[in-house]
Each structure stands twice: as structure tokens, then as C-alpha cells.
Design a protein around this ligand. Structure first.
Ligand code: SF4
Length: 355
């Protein structure tokens, strides 16, 4: 059999399997560009099961691009709260406004025009073009790379140019020109449901007959892992500053993290005492006043990518300030609905009876 015949057979087996076995994910019910776009943005760095309820809530609240464009950013961030990577929500909102302003509310169908919208990179543009507009664009991501590296026993990983070129080349030849959207989704589905990283489920796999990884008996060795970044264990001191029923919040966590979300005033350090004195200095500098901390009232752990953070929450008093306030004062009872970080939510749950 020639390679081209092989590729046609793989393509057809994959599409047939996808028609029969695809999970009924909510974004697969619609080929509307707006819905595809929202799902693609939510799925960046986030698991399918986590995204589903957020996707439903988001589209119920903003069923069209114009409703998203008209919404206040604060409302968009509230609906995103808990999904992480909040820059995605900001970009989505900004891009919706641009689609209204520059394209009369109609999502562009041209790759170059799409790329001018905030937050739409190469991958997202290709996803929307292939899935919503059935245009022949390939989609290379981790799941797809895993399937193809096993199919062809390709050594390396996506961070290596030679590996990437080989996978892209094979993907370009395999792509269905008639049904590119279904083809791209089928390959990802295969990677997510059968061709799993540690234990591939080869028995029901539609491409097993062509898979050299399966034939080698060592499919799980492909692709090769990238060396992991070592975990860091910083301390974070957090100030709980009350004024009657309200509590002080600031935008962002210390060190530029979570810049879009409300958090309790905080500071990192390599030790518990270093974090606390950094927080004392930070608050004193921002208010030009002295700060009085009480004993820690809550200790908890929180993971942000490679950081396993040890958090201490301290009730604090700061003298009133004549100039511009460095805080926003939130009613404690409204914190559960506010656009606060997941970490702030955990802290509020620990330290307040009414949040
Ligand atoms: Fe992956 Fe196994 Fe299918 Fe090969 S046969 S693509 S290793 S699930």
C-alpha cells in the first residue's frame, strides 16, 4: 500500500470512529463561530470537565457577541472566576468589542483579520477556521502530537524543532480537506480518550492497524517528556483589614500574579517572617502609615503552576489615610459573587463566617 493510500485509510477510520464515539460535549452542538471561539479560549490550559459548567453559564449570560461586548468587564471576570488565566477573559471581552466596532458584529473568516483580534493566536484562529468555517487548517496541540508521535514512533517532544516539523508534515498530509473541523476534533478526541499519556487504550483504537508505537509494544514511551521545572515553596503573608462589614482588597497578588483579580493585600517571602515583614513594608509604604498585625488566624496551602504556596492570614490594623485609598472596600457578604481569585475565595472561606 502506498503512503497516500495509508493516509486516506487512517483519515477515513478516524472520521468514522469520531462520528460513532465522540463525546457529546456542549460546544460540539454548534458550529457558530462565537460559541467555538468561547470554548476554544476556555479550553486553553483548562480541562474539559472544568470548562463545561463555565461554558454553559457564559453562553447563557452572553448568548451573542454583542451581548458580551456590551457587558461590563467586571461581570465577565465574575463569570470567569475559578477558571484561571484571567487575561483570556479580558481579551475575549476586548475582542468582542472590536468585532462589533470593526466588523459590524460578524466574526471575520479570514486568518489575518482574526489574528488582529486580542487573544487570538495562531492556534485559536486555526481552530475557529477549521471547526466553525470548515476551512483546511491543521491544529497541532499536545494530544495530537502524542497520537502522531506514536503512530510514526517519532522521538522527541513539541519543544524540539525537528519533532515539531515531522509532526506538522504528517498532520498536513493526513488532514481531511472535506471535513477539516471534524478531523481536527477527532484527532484530539483520540488523544484525550484513548491514546492517553501513560496507558494508551489501544484495543478500541481506530488507527491501531497503522500504529508503529502499538506494534513496538512501547507506545507510552512516545513522545518523550520535557524536563519539569522544580517546585518552589514560597510563603505568602496576607492582611485581613476590616472596616465594619467591609474588608480591604487590592488588584492582583504580590509579584504580578493574578493581576486582573481582587485579592487580599499580600506579600511573598522565603520564610514566614520574611513574608510578613515584606507585607508590613508594602502596606506602610502604600499608606505612609504604621501597620499592626495580630497573630495568624488561618494557614493554608495553595498551588499556582510550579509554586506550592504556604499562606498565612493576619488580621491587621492600619491607620486611616488622608490621601488616595490604596484599597477597595468589599462587603464581606458579597465576596462569594465578586471577581476575586480562587485563593482569596479560599482565604475568605477560612477567616469569615459570612463569606
Ligand atoms: Fe495511541 Fe494505541 Fe491508538 Fe497507537 S494504537 S494511536 S498508541 S491508542
Amino acid at each position: 500500500m502506498t503512503m497516500a493510500m495509508d493516509e486516506a485509510a487512517i483519515r477515513s477510520a478516524l472520521l468514522k470512529w469520531f462520528r460513532r464515539c465522540a463525546r457529546p460535549l456542549p460546544w460540539r452542538k454548534s458550529a457558530d463561530a462565537y460559541a467555538v471561539w468561547v470554548s476554544e479560549v476556555m479550553l486553553q490550559q483548562t480541562q474539559v470537565a472544568t470548562v463545561i459548567p463555565y461554558y454553559h453559564r457564559f453562553l447563557q449570560t452572553f448568548p451573542t457577541i454583542s451581548e458580551l461586548a456590551r457587558a461590563p468587564l467586571e461581570r465577565v471576570l465574575e463569570l470567569w472566576s475559578g477558571l484561571g488565566y484571567y487575561r483570556r477573559a479580558r481579551h475575549l471581552h476586548d475582542a468582542a468589542k472590536e468585532v462589533m466596532r470593526r466588523f459590524g458584529g460578524v466574526f471575520p473568516q479570514d486568518y489575518q483579520q482574526m489574528r488582529t483580534l486580542p487573544g487570538i493566536g495562531d492556534y485559536t484562529a486555526r481552530a475557529i477556521l477549521s471547526i466553525a468555517f470548515n476551512r483546511p487548517y491543521t491544529l497541532l496541540e499536545g494530544n495530537v502530537a502524542r497520537v502522531l508521535s506514536r503512530l510514526d514512533v517519532l522521538k522527541g517532544n513539541l519543544h524540539q524543532g525537528g519533532f515539531r516539523d515531522a509532526v506538522e508534515d504528517r498532520l498536513g498530509r493526513l488532514l481531511s480537506r472535506r471535513r477539516p473541523g471534524a478531523f481536527n476534533q477527532a484527532l484530539m478526541e483520540l488523544g484525550q480518550t484513548l491514546c492517553l499519556p501513560r496507558a494508551p487504550r489501544c484495543a478500541p483504537c481506530p488507527v491501531r492497524g497503522w500504529c508503529r508505537g502499538y506494534q513496538s509494544g512501547q507506545a507510552e514511551l512516545y513522545p518523550q517528556p520535557r524536563p519539569r521545572r522544580a517546585v518552589e515553596y514560597p510563603y505568602l503573608a496576607v492582611a485581613i483589614i476590616r472596616r465594619g462589614p467591609r474588608v480591604a482588597m487590592v488588584r492582583g497578588l504580590d509579584g504580578g500574579l493574578m493581576a486582573d483579580l481582587w485579592n487580599f493585600p499580600s506579600a511573598f517571602g522565603d520564610s514566614r517572617s520574611e513574608a510578613l515583614s515584606s507585607l508590613r513594608e508594602k502596606l506602610a509604604a502604600s499608606r505612609r502609615a504604621s501597620v499592626l498585625f495580630q497573630e495568624s488566624i488561618a494557614e493554608l496551602g495553595h498551588r499556582i503552576t510550579y509554586r506550592a504556596i504556604r499562606v498565612d492570614a493576619y488580621p491587621a490594623e492600619v491607620s486611616r489615610h488622608a490621601g488616595r485609598e490604596p484599597f477597595e472596600w468589599f462587603l464581606v457578604s458579597t465576596l462569594p459573587q465578586a471577581a476575586i481569585s480562587h485563593l482569596a475565595r479560599k482565604i475568605a472561606h477560612e477567616v469569615f463566617d459570612d463569606a
